[in-house]
Design a protein around this ligand. Structure first.
Ligand code: URA
Length: 433
């Protein structure tokens, strides 16, 4: 088999066989196919796409390109959740303890943020002492002991995705749905869970800007999971506005604690309850109604918050900061920002809001950038809200004046007003099962 023939076949719109796909992944990972040939192949896929079958073969070949987690030492059905990434998306930190408090085990690997999107691992590291680097045995032991553990990605997992993603990033081939689905699902399958709840973000702060593209991606990921013998469903959720009020690592932990106390923003609370219900339905193998009742009970009676504290303690975090989360902010500067005129908020350019937080130091411009856990922004008003002239729209938490001025300029342009009442956007746009 020769790579040039496979590139040509795809360039002409042909469908590759399982054997051909396994060949190209294995040879590429072992350094026998050069980057320039893989780049040409990726561009051919970008224009010609892949069939559902090809995407499935690609996913499985990528999944087996490195270590595959064996979670058999953890009893019961293991359920994982994945979000395609957004602004203010802190759901894992809230729903993992909710689900564990319901008796369903959560063995989670999470990532760091890049660019305008945040990452769960960076957020958890805003808690002093919290360790996100756990050896496999420790991760499994903790799940068996307290029902949940969240660790950073394992370097040996899916090396094919690391190499291919790096090429996609610099060859303008990221946005092909078959490549996104295989990238995400290969990592999910390799991390060993039995069932997946996918949160596909849609809108100005997400990868998928339209509902149609998000539906196609969601359906493909659910199909790949099903063909792999796993249960899966996908929620399509609105990223045309940030989730919750806070964007920034410590600020988001504060919001997580408030939400687990029952005092969080409505949109964030509702989405966590919906995703947690599906995870409990799969993990406990009970009806949706029973799962919902159990999640609501353990949320309302404080068990989910207790489980969160237990989780923070197990991973070395100082729980005094959970009892009094405002301490996480320390001595950072705070500057409110105001509405220049009255009206209704019609639209929020969410990617720009994520960029404003990144400029303050809450995110990374490059993989090497250091983040500052205390900085970020809090939005008091969001799309659909009525606003009076000079009313506070939110606050910036910052260290450097220059960065604050830049972030303020971006935010001012990102929030669009109208003189007519604007509707509050729907949160869950679709569910693909
Ligand atoms: N997230 C991934 O892991 N891979 C993609 O291709 C896109 C988003």
């Amino acid at each position: 088999m020769r790579m040039v023939d496979l590139i040509q076949k795809k360039r002409e719109g042909g469908a590759l066989s399982q054997e051909e796909i396994e060949f190209l992944i294995s040879e590429f990972v072992h350094g026998k196919i050069p980057d320039y040939q893989m780049s040409a192949f990726l561009m051919a896929v970008f224009f010609r796409h892949m069939t559902e079958k090809e995407t499935f073969y690609l996913t499985r070949a990528m999944e087996h390109s490195g270590q595959v987690m064996d979670l058999s030492a953890i009893e019961g059905i293991k359920v994982d959740k994945h979000s395609t990434g957004g602004v203010g998306d802190k759901t894992t930190i809230i729903l993992a303890p909710m689900v564990a408090a319901c008796g369903v085990k959560v063995a989670k690997l999470s990532g760091r943020g890049l660019g305008h999107t945040g990452g769960t691992i960076d957020k958890l590291e805003a808690i002093p002492g919290f360790r996100t680097s756990l050896a496999f045995e420790e991760w499994v032991r903790q799940v068996n002991e307290i029902g949940l553990a969240v660790a950073g990605g394992n370097e040996q997992l899916v090396p094919a995705d690391k190499k291919i993603y790096a090429l996609r990033d610099v060859t303008a081939t990221v946005e092909e749905i078959s490549l996104i689905a295989s990238s995400i699902m290969s990592k999910k399958l390799a991390s060993g869970a039995d069932a997946f709840v996918l949160d596909v973000k849609v809108g100005s702060g997400a990868f998928m800007k339209t509902l149609t593209d998000a539906q196609a991606l969601a359906a493909l990921m659910v199909k790949i999971a099903t063909l792999s013998g796993k249960k899966a469903c996908a929620f399509l959720t609105n990223m045309d506005l940030p989730l919750g009020k806070s964007v920034g690592n410590a600020l988001e932990i504060i919001e997580c604690v408030e939400t687990l106390r029952g005092q969080g923003p409505r949109d964030l609370t509702d989405i966590c309850l919906s995703l947690a219900t599906k995870m409990v339905e799969y993990g406990a193998d009970i009806s949706e109604r029973e799962a919902k009742n159990r999640v609501m009970e353990r949320f309302r009676n404080g068990d989910a918050l207790k489980k969160f504290k237990e989780f923070v303690q197990a991973q070395g975090g100082d729980t005094a900061f959970i009892d009094d989360p405002l301490k996480l902010i320390g001595t950072v500067n705070v500057r409110p920002f105001y509405a220049l005129k009255g009206g209704w908020i019609k639209r929020m350019e969410t990617e720009e809001i994520g960029k404003a937080a990144m400029i303050l130091g809450a995110g990374r411009e490059t993989k090497e950038s250091r983040i500052d856990p205390a900085v970020g922004l809090v939005l008091e008003k969001k799309t659909g809200d009525a606003v009076k002239a000079n009313e506070v729209l939110g606050s910036l938490y910052y260290r450097e004046e220059k960065r604050m001025e830049e972030a303020l300029g971006i935010l001012t342009r990102a929030i669009k007003f109208d003189t007519e009442p604007a509707e509050a956007p729907k949160l869950i746009l679709d569910v693909v099962a």
